[in-house]
Design a protein around this ligand. Structure first.
Ligand code: AHZ
Length: 325
């Protein structure tokens, strides 16, 4: 049997002929599990521990500075940059799926490796994520390693909250500040995804709202505060995808949906990054990721994820600039 030595006292499995050390070694004496007990708990305590925190979060994020719609690779990359750089901003991320991550749990089709074209690898360096360097591109050994790493980082930021299993059903809109007849987004309309999917089956299941920051109690603009923003990263068209892009064309009468074009990796990745950021037709609205392809009519890139990270970073940079001005 091979012997593994480690500096850390606990949490590392240490296999040798005599001793096996792991996190519970000091609790389970002499490998005897027969009397193993968990600390006591009441069922109601578990309910309260979950629901009180969830409702505290709903209360805290009922007014948010940044609402990110969709927790795929582009949305999570943007969330990381915003939440890290501005701990004072409240960043809410609304994800319709139970599992955050969007399409980034696999590289492409059902294959695990994730390809990122340079210079997107610099984001991986920041995340301290290992990859194989193939010259013009790098390979993360499993897309799930990228997704779980970004997730584990953003979820630890105190100013970031993920509301998963929750769909954005509509946008809250108000007249734009400049009094030129334009429109600004002022929040998102949310519902449990299962409810959103069952509107045809039940008579009344009204939604809830997350409002953007920058308003007074009477609903008028608070000029002393920056207006909050929505960053939509809902991916290409699908059951929920391209949500805001489709909604925005009925809000901005001058806009026609571009519609995602066929696959062309070189054009697609550059196109998505170019189109990412503030949407000029509706104030305080930003896009990143494949939703840009639907909005602006870019090609799709298939299984190369550099533009997801980089478009998220670009949108995040614009949002940070908005709050810094
Ligand atoms: O569940 C969706 C997914 O996790 C979520 N979402 C969509 N509509 C929503 C709504 N409310 C809340 N109305 C919603 N959440 O948005 C997430 C989008 O993630 P994604 O991975 O689909 O998009 P992305 O742009 O971050 O990454 C796209 C990855 C692709 S697709 C593609 C191709 O088809 O060529 N190539 C790449 C790299």
């Amino acid at each position: 049997m091979s012997t593994t030595t480690t500096n850390t006292e606990t949490a590392q499995l240490q296999v040798s002929a005599g001793t096996i050390r792991h996190a519970l070694s000091d609790v389970v004496k002499q490998e005897d599990w027969s009397d193993f007990q968990f600390a006591p708990i009441r069922e109601s305590t578990v309910s309260r521990a979950m629901t009180s925190r969830y409702f505290q979060d709903m209360d805290k994020f009922a007014v948010s500075d940044v609402v990110i719609v969709g927790a795929g690779s582009s949305g999570l990359s943007a969330a990381y940059v915003i939440a890290k750089n501005r701990p004072d901003l409240k960043v809410a991320c609304v994800e319709s799926n139970v599992a955050p991550g969007g399409g980034a749990w696999l590289g492409g089709q059902l294959f695990s490796a994730m390809i990122m074209r340079k210079p997107a690898h610099l984001f991986l360096d920041e995340l301290e994520l290992p990859y194989e360097d193939e010259g013009d591109y790098v390979v993360v050994k499993h897309a799930a390693l990228f997704t779980s790493t970004v997730l584990s980082k953003v979820l630890q930021f105190p100013n970031f909250k993920l509301f998963n299993a929750t769909a954005v059903e509509d946008l809250v809109t108000r007249p734009a500040d400049d009094n030129t007849g334009g429109v600004s987004v002022a929040g998102v309309v949310t519902n449990w995804t299962l409810v959103s999917m069952a509107h045809d089956l039940q008579s009344c299941m009204d939604p809830n709202v997350i409002e953007l920051s920058g308003y007074q109690n009477d609903g008028t603009r608070d000029p002393s505060k920056k207006h909050g923003v929505i960053l939509s990263t809902t991916g290409h068209d699908g059951p929920f995808g391209a949500f805001s892009a489709k909604r925005i064309v009925s809000i901005d009468k001058n806009k026609k949906l571009g519609g995602m074009k066929g696959l062309d990796m070189n054009r697609a990745e550059a196109g998505v990054v170019k189109g990412a950021g503030a949407y000029s037709g509706v104030a305080n609205m930003y896009f990143a990721g494949m939703e840009v392809a639907e909005l602006e009519g870019c090609n799709r890139m298939g299984p190369t994820f550099g533009a997801m990270a980089v478009s998220g970073i670009k949108a995040a940079e614009e949002i940070l600039r908005h709050f810094a001005e």
